[in-house]
Design a protein around this ligand. Structure first.
Ligand SMILES: [Zn+2]
Length: 382
C-alpha cells in the first residue's frame, strides 16, 4: 500500500486498499477506449468530407473513370501497442467498370495493408535483438497493450536485416576483423560469426576515452564471404588476430599485438612446453613487441628453433612481416580489442540455449550490431 493510502470501508470495496490502485489501469483503459472511438468517428467524417470535396477528381484505379458512388465501409484492424485499433475505410464504386476500391487509403498513407503498425513492430524488434524471441514476445505483451508472437518478431527482424545496407567507404580509417563462435546448425563447435568494423578514437566522455566504431560487415559461416567483402572495401589498414591471412585483401596489415603472444602460448603447449616456461616466452615476446625490437624478435625465433619448438617458430615467422607494420604506417589501434567488446555483446544475445539456423542468427546479430554501431540511438550510447 502506498503511503497516505487508506482502506475503503469494507462494505463498499472489500478486501484492501489495492482497489484504489486498480482504478488507474481502469481509467487508462477507459480513456484509450474513448480516444479510439473518437478517432474512428473523426476519420469517418474526414473521409466523407474529403470524398465530397474531390468528387470528379478521384479516378478509378482500373479504368480511370471519375463517376463514383459511395459503397459503405471496410473495417481495418491494425495492431498497435495500445491494442487493436478499428478504423473504417470509405469504399467507392466505379459506375463504369464496377470496381470497388478505397480511395482514402493512398491519401493518408496509413499502412492498413500491414497487420501491425510500424511502432509496434519497432518495439518488437528492439526487444527481439536483446532477448530471446519468446521472452521478447511475452515482455511486449506485459508492457504494452499490443502483442506480437515470437514468430512474427523473428519475421520483422529478418525483414529489417534485409533492408540494411552497410557502409563501404572507409577512407583511411583502420579496419579491424575478427570472428567468434555461436551455437548454430548441428556442428558441435557451432559456426563462426565474422565481423569487420572501423575503429577510431572518439571524444572524451565523462573523462573516459571513447571509440567511434562503424560496422562494415557481419556474416555467419566460412571466411570467404568476409574476403569478398574486403576486396570490395579495399581497406588501407587492417588489423587481425592471425587466424586467416588477408594479404590479398588489404594494403597494410597489422597482426594484433595481444594475439601474437597469446597464440604463442597455445603453440608452445602443442610442443609440450610446461606452463612456467610458456609464460616466460610470452612475457619476453610482449616486451620485445612493446620495445618495437625486430632484432630481438629474430633472436627469439632462432633460440626457439634451436630448442626444437617448431609450432611456435612457424607462428612467429608467419607473424613477423605483420608484427611491426604500425611503425611505418599510422594505425588507430594495434589490437583487435575494440572489436572484442562488440563480440561480448554479440555473444550475450546469441547464447540463449537455442540452436540457431545460420540465417536466423545472422539476421538478429546484423540488426543488433547495425543499430549499436551505425545508428546512434540514445539507448545504444555507451
Ligand atoms: Zn472503373
Amino acid at each position: 500500500m502506498l503511503s497516505g493510502e487508506r482502506c475503503l470501508p469494507a462494505g463498499i470495496f472489500q478486501p484492501d486498499g489495492e482497489v484504489v490502485n486498480r482504478i488507474f489501469p481502469f481509467l487508462c483503459l477507459e480513456s484509450d477506449g474513448w480516444m479510439r472511438f473518437q478517432v474512428r468517428q473523426v476519420l469517418c467524417k474526414l473521409q466523407v468530407f474529403w470524398f465530397e470535396e474531390h468528387r470528379g477528381h478521384i479516378c478509378c484505379p482500373r479504368c480511370g473513370g471519375v463517376e463514383l458512388i459511395r459503397k459503405g465501409w471496410r473495417e481495418r484492424r491494425p495492431r498497435s501497442s495500445r491494442g487493436i485499433l478499428r478504423v473504417d475505410l470509405l469504399q467507392a464504386n466505379c459506375k463504369y467498370c464496377g470496381r470497388t476500391f478505397r480511395p482514402f487509403k493512398e491519401q493518408v498513407g496509413l499502412p492498413f495493408g500491414k497487420r501491425s503498425l510500424d511502432e509496434l513492430s519497432e518495439k518488437g524488434i528492439q526487444l527481439g535483438i536483446s532477448l530471446s524471441f519468446g521472452k521478447a514476445s511475452s515482455l511486449l505483451k506485459h508492457l504494452t497493450g499490443g502483442s506480437l508472437s515470437a514468430g512474427s518478431i523473428r519475421t520483422h527482424i529478418a525483414r529489417e536485416a534485409g533492408r540494411i545496407r552497410l557502409p563501404s567507404d572507409v577512407g583511411d580509417r583502420t579496419v579491424l576483423v575478427d570472428a567468434t563462435k555461436v551455437r548454430a546448425t548441428t556442428k558441435k563447435r557451432g559456426e563462426s560469426v565474422h565481423l569487420a568494423i572501423t575503429a577510431e578514437p572518439g571524444p572524451q566522455v565523462h573523462n573516459r576515452p571513447t571509440i567511434n566504431k562503424q560496422l562494415l560487415h557481419l556474416h555467419v559461416g566460412g571466411v570467404e564471404k568476409l574476403r569478398r567483402r574486403l576486396e570490395q572495401i579495399r581497406p588501407e589498414r587492417l588489423v587481425h588476430d592471425g587466424e586467416s591471412s588477408f594479404r590479398k585483401e588489404a594494403k597494410r596489415i597489422q597482426r594484433c599485438l595481444w594475439h601474437i603472444p597469446h597464440l604463442l602460448g597455445y603453440y608452445l603447449y602443442l610442443s609440450g612446453v610446461p606452463i612456467k616456461e610458456r609464460r616466460r616466452y610470452q612475457k619476453r615476446l610482449r616486451s620485445i613487441l612493446r620495445a618495437h625490437d625486430g632484432d630481438a624478435y629474430d633472436t627469439l625465433i632462432q633460440e626457439m628453433e634451436e630448442a626444437g619448438l617448431t609450432h611456435g617458430v612457424t607462428h612467429l615467422r608467419n607473424a613477423r612481416t605483420e608484427a611491426f607494420t604500425f611503425l611505418e604506417e599510422k594505425f588507430s589501434y594495434t589490437t583487435t580489442s575494440p572489436l572484442e567488446r562488440e563480440m561480448r555483446e554479440l555473444n550475450r544475445r546469441a547464447d540463449v540455449g537455442a540452436r540457431w539456423s545460420i540465417k536466423g542468427i545472422e539476421n538478429v546479430l546484423k540488426v543488433l550490431m547495425h543499430r549499436r554501431l551505425n545508428q546512434k540511438h540514445p539507448e545504444h550510447e555507451k
